[in-house]
Design a protein around this ligand. Structure first.
Ligand code: HEM
Length: 216
């Protein structure tokens, strides 16, 4: 007879509390990075010159060369910390799926979206960072040529909503889990988070269209 080990609950200790803190801190840093990243890439909407000037500044000050790998390392550390709770095994996945359907609780579904988008971002984000950081300097023309090639257009059309959902839900969950917002404020904050996610997806899409139309 099979024993359902997926319902075994480990008693949390002090170490897991510290690791939870670190997970939140790395996540919050990545949220801030992604918001800045979107604004920086969207500078191309003000003209290729604006994006090139910003990119040159980040490279001349070595922020891209040093900051890029730091973001990459934070990204992997954040994944390792979150992986402590991710249901990787099929039995665990089937249990969490059954429980989620039973609970009828939006925030539980948000957590599942968070896990699903994380797996896609882990792979696609790593490929993206490697591609960009091994092909410096960043220029608007190079980015446009990449996207007009077709492959990266499809790639970004998948990665963009995955990242923005993950960032938006992550931001909301940090606020709920660590008590920055109270229970009665949750509904309003969730609406704000949805609006923020939609705005960033829209900015990303406008930027992609700009890259598609930029002469290369
Ligand atoms: C390590 C530092 C990073 C640098 C220097 C960087 C740089 C860039 C650049 C130059 C573009 C323009 C398109 C291109 O040239 O192909 C871009 C687009 C994009 N990046 Fe990054 N990136 C970094 C990290 C990340 C991470 C960690 C993610 C998410 C996991 C991400 C997600 C995206 C997305 C979704 C787009 C498309 C933007 C749009 O819709 O306009 N990037 N990035």
């Amino acid at each position: 007879m099979a024993i359902d080990t997926t319902i075994y609950i480990q008693t949390p200790d002090r170490t897991s509390a510290y690791l939870d803190w670190l997970q939140m801190l790395t996540g919050a840093n990545l949220v801030l990075f992604m918001w800045s990243h979107m604004v920086l890439v969207a500078s191309v909407n003000l003209g290729a010159g604006a994006m090139n000037t910003l990119a040159r500044f980040f490279e001349d000050t070595y922020m891209a060369q040093v900051g890029g790998p730091i973001i990459g390392a934070t990204f992997l550390l954040h994944f390792l910390l979150a992986a402590r709770k991710v249901p990787f095994r099929v039995e665990q996945q089937s249990t969490i799926w059954k429980h989620s359907k039973m609970l009828h609780h939006t925030d539980t579904w948000l957590w599942l979206i968070q896990v699903f988008t994380a797996m896609i971002i882990l792979i696609m984000g790593s490929i993206h960072m490697w591609t960009i950081l091994t092909d410096l300097p960043i220029t608007a023309t190079k980015s446009a040529a990449r996207i007009q090639g077709g492959f990266w257009l499809v790639f970004y059309l998948i990665l963009l909503p995955m990242v923005e959902l993950h960032v938006g839900i992550g931001f909301y969950r940090i606020a709920v889990k660590w008590g920055f917002i109270r229970r009665k404020e949750r509904k309003g904050f969730k609406k704000f988070e949805n609006l923020l996610t939609a705005i960033f997806i829209l900015i990303g899409l406008i930027t992609i269209v700009r890259f598609m139309t930029l002469p290369v």
